[in-house]
Design a protein around this ligand. Sequence first.
Ligand SMILES: [Zn+2]
Length: 369
Amino acid sequence: MYILLVEDGNGQSEIAAVFLLFKETEVTVTYDGHFKKNNSNWGLVRVIMGDKDLNERQVLAQSFPSAQLLICTFRSFRREIAIEKMGITTGQRCMCLELAYSTSEEKYDELYSRLCSCAPSSVIEYFNKNWHPIRREWVMGMKYNTGNFLNSTNNRLESLNAKLKSVISRYSSLEEFCDKFFLVLRVLRNERDRKAALVSQKVPVLYHCPDDENVDKYVDYLTPYAYKYVEKQMALSDKVKLIPPSTSNPVNNTYSIDSSEGLIEVSTASCGCLFWKSMRLPCRHIFMVRKLVDTNLFEESLCDQRWSLAYYKQNQRIYVDGDDNSPRSDDSPQSDDSPQMVHISEMRVPKKKIRSQVYMYYLIVIILL
Ligand SMILES: [Zn+2]
């Protein structure tokens, strides 16, 4: 069984496709035929995360030529680089793991040179054969450049796998498997729909800068999940320190910052840090520079469209009217047992800022169809 899992604009996981195949040779046909036929936006897939030993890795690369393949750091790299298995010392293993967490290609090159100078030739040979040529797929700094939304592992899929295993027995018949699989799928989607409904029902608690109008604008523009990241970055912007002014270049509003990731260049519209590249949301450094040049902290173009509330509601099934947009009818062969579809429309009451952990609810109208 193959599962394609995606992350939506509210940080929720959604099963995009499930394939049950007799032979792995059918994978190509499945991706190029069924999946692309039913997902017209397949060409927009930008990042695919999987295990290193995934058999269809090359198939994915061919079927999604515009996507960057990434390797789960935890399940692949950490597991493979073992002291007994490779005959290396603890220090050499630490050095290998440090490579995986390099924040840039330059840091990787530096650590790689150190490894080559002290590791046994067998280890270097193994490393050069299996990992060095595909470093862009597993080194953190290079992975984050792809815009992977800070996902560095297969943990989302592992979590789903654990839920499936808790319900479906190992030796189930195909009929039993299908019944239970669709049951789990229905429960998971109900839970995701509930969280989608909360997007309209809850007013987020503003822990930082509650009186700043820029905060209000980000709250209104972003999904709650994306806003939490921005709020944290906004709060951290006060702690960012420029390196001595003599090396800054205020003419084009580009500044140099000595961060934990090394020296990075930042302007009012872009940054060299991993958060900005990975999340495609404004980082602490951009906020700091915008404060410095007295520019509004809010700017739509700093946020990837996928994080906007409007985009989320245009694409999330409970906010979309019409049966054509409801995948529920196709979820399960047990249509008689399917839960009722819930659509949500909303009527906003004037917003009040609150600082406690208690949420204020909007007046909403829920229509059970
Ligand atoms: Zn930054």
